[in-house]
Design a protein around this ligand. Sequence first.
Ligand code: PGA
Length: 248
Amino acid sequence: MAKPQAMIIGNWKMFGTAPMLAELAVMAAAIPAHVTMGICPPFTLIQRAAQIATGSRLLIGAQDVHPAEKGAHTGCISVAMLRDAGAQLVIVGHSERRADNFESNAMVKAKAQAALAGDLRTILCVGETAAERDAGNTLEVITAQLSGSLPDTLPAGDAALVIAYEPVWAIGTGRIPSAEDVCEVHAHIRAALQARYGQQGGAIAILYGGSVNPGNAALLLNLPEVGGALVGGASLTAESFLAIAAAV
Ligand code: PGA
């Protein structure tokens, strides 16, 4: 089986109004053929971003989704709404949502299942806090997050589910784990995916996220079991985002 393409996904978080779309247009025009790339802008830019990305290889996604099909959920966005706006992927369980919005593993699982059922490629995030790492509990925390938030079943035969390992203490701090620590956690996630899904679990991409930038991308992206990167701050300009892709 051919090695799947590395996947570089940008998470713009709560950054970006219309002028940022100029960066996105530059990205869309310059994606290297050997890399899969996507940007998850704020909800308000998805439709315009999708229009700009039409005909390019840049995937457009969302940073969150509500698990229900529709209903009285003020301020929330459904899978069908994301698809209607042109989104092809979605991030669920980002640590900022787990912390700011008190999202439980069960909630993340419900979101992942709804997104996969609605044909959105789903990037499910896990990662330990600094206190959890310092206490020596990293692998236990990851195991608990995976067992509580992985969907029960996967759609047949494609790369619809993606895992992102994002140590909370590495997000936006400029600090990254050692290569050994990244390898240890990614191998642990791979084993958990295989235990859960059998052969299909062997094909799920596992991204690393947390302070990925053009300077450290080559190191991180060449580690075993690192299938790509989830990038926050360095995805806000075409120059740094494309420089990360060039490191693949
Ligand atoms: P960062 O964010 O690259 O700015 O550290 C990563 C993320 O939160 O996905």
